[in-house]
Design a protein. Structure first.
Length: 148
């Protein structure tokens, strides 16, 4: 299973905000750090704000910060929200795809079970777990932030 760029950038944004603590960080900072398109990151931060994971502040002294403590942000919940509807194979598309094997194939059942097992593992991790599991992660994120 491959995560979408949207999910990937959502998680990276949360990691940056968890590392910087009370320091506001801009969408442009994160886009520049990851060589990502600003417009794509703007959509990511808008989704994170709408979902209540981050707070945003407009203006010259603006930026974003976590709206919840890192311990309260569950990685499985976020990933499930963003990836639940993505089709792993053609027959799992909303329109059923065009696979000739669909009427008699059990692959989608197995893949759905595997996807749920993937999400179940991620349910065991909070944003705080990801930051604290790798002590050098905070230093790296802060260094990347300072370089911008």
């Amino acid at each position: 299973m491959q995560l979408s760029k949207f999910t990937d950038y959502s998680l990276r944004t949360l990691l940056h905000l968890a590392a910087t603590g009370d320091t506001l960080m801009s969408t442009k900072n994160i886009a520049d750090i990851h060589d990502a398109r600003y417009n794509h990151l703007a959509k990511v931060t808008q989704w994170l704000a709408n979902e209540g994971y981050i707070r945003t502040q407009r203006g010259r002294a603006g930026g974003m910060e976590l709206a919840l403590k890192p311990e309260k942000i569950n990685i499985g919940t976020i990933t499930r929200k963003l990836e639940q509807k993505s089709a792993l194979v053609e027959c799992m598309q909303a329109d059923g795809g065009n696979c000739k094997l669909s009427p008699a194939c059990g692959l989608s059942v197995a893949l759905n079970s595997a996807r749920e097992a993937f999400f179940d593992v991620l349910d065991g991790y909070s944003l705080a777990d990801l930051i604290s599991a790798q002590p050098q992660m905070i230093n790296l994120l802060l260094t990347l932030h300072e370089d911008q």
